[in-house]
Ligand binder design. Structure first.
Ligand code: SF4
Length: 340
């Protein structure tokens, strides 16, 4: 994909470009800070530089195709890419009035085909570039700014499996966490995986101290294989071993995502088995409420969720039920894109 925007460049790339143009590379930091803050280029740049940047790096690799706002404040964007494809990004307001979390996509579609996921059912189209992920961050930052908030955290939990597009995801993270730009720190970024074991090890090898979430959704391999096809390749114990290694080095608790599905994985016995699986691992369970995607699943009711939480708590597992966000605006990943 041709470079069309500052989002496609690292700070070092821009410094080298400015040097080639005969400009002082020290201007690169000011240019990139303005870019990541979604502001105009500084007026004090050397004569003609702003015009040349706009001419040679005009941007426009993404444009806003649709925006939906939930009654709970969640903002869901459909961003059109330069090749006409579309991805979703979501802004979730924090309980603190000045903060929000951004959810970024890493691929157009997804090859993993999880049965309960609208993105999975739509198939895989292509990987996103690092620049397209940076542009999602900027689109969310603009939305947040309009609400008087800043994007405090970013999660790679949108469309796609980030560990199957790891090189670009790592490049995006490095750009967003460039220290001299003061955008985000690694601790403010979470990468969420459906359990791609080699990818978890590769993320470990990157040395980036980001947070990690693993989607288990079942306490045994058989149930899991029905929900997440990659489970057939990566057994739960291997996923937890890889995640545990990551946790031990990063000293940040790994989050276990578990979407409660009525009659599938939400019984007290499932909870007891999940607790046994997590014994001694000090991971944190996030119970997710299923948003209907047209798949033959139903969300568990409140009573089942409470029983599940109680079983985990009784066995010393820290768990929380995450509030459902954006239920009125097709909250689940891939739903907005799937709409005609
Ligand atoms: S849940 Fe995640 S990994 Fe599974 S199909 Fe959907 S986007 Fe892909």
């Amino acid at each position: 994909m041709p470079r069309s925007s500052l989002a496609d460049l690292t700070l070092a790339d821009l410094e080298a470009l400015l040097a080639r143009w005969g400009c002082n590379p020290a201007n690169a930091v000011r240019i990139m800070r303005s870019f990541y803050r979604c502001r105009e280029l500084p007026g004090s740049l050397p004569k003609g530089l702003a015009e040349r940047l706009e001419r040679e790096l005009p941007g426009g690799s993404t444009s806003l195709a649709q925006r939906r706002v939930s009654a709970d404040g969640t903002v869901k964007l459909l961003l059109r890419l330069a090749d006409g494809r579309a991805v979703e990004s979501v802004l979730m307001p924090d309980y603190r009035a000045d903060r929000a979390a951004g959810c970024l996509s890493s691929q157009v579609g997804c090859a993993l085909g999880c049965g309960f996921c609208a993105t999975g059912r739509s198939g895989f189209e292509r990987d996103l570039t690092a620049g397209e992920m940076v542009e999602q961050y900027r689109a969310l930052r603009r939305q947040a700014a309009a609400l008087g908030r800043r994007v405090q955290t970013a999660v790679f939990m949108g469309m796609g499996e980030p560990l199957l597009n790891l090189e670009a995801v790592l490049a995006a993270i490095r750009r967003l966490t460039e220290p001299s730009l003061d955008v985000l720190g690694c601790r403010q970024i979470m990468v969420s995986t459906a359990g791609i074991v080699p990818g978890i090890h590769a993320l470990f090898d990157s040395g980036l101290p980001v947070k990690l979430a693993v989607s288990l959704h079942a306490p045994d391999d058989e149930t899991r294989a029905r929900l997440l096809p990659p489970a057939r390749r990566y057994p739960l114990l291997d996923i937890l071993a890889a995640a545990g290694r990551f946790q031990a080095r990063n000293r940040r608790t790994v989050t276990v995502q578990y979407c409660l599905l009525k009659g599938v994985n939400d019984s007290p016995e499932h909870a007891r088995r999940l607790a046994a699986l997590l014994r001694g691992r000090q991971m944190h369970v996030n119970l997710l409420r299923y948003s209907s995607t047209g798949a033959p699943y139903e969300a568990s009711d409140d009573a089942a969720q409470e029983r599940f939480l109680a079983e985990l708590a009784a066995r010393g597992v820290v768990a929380h039920a995450r509030r459902q966000r954006g239920a009125d605006i097709d909250a689940a990943c891939g739903q907005l894109r799937a709409r005609p």
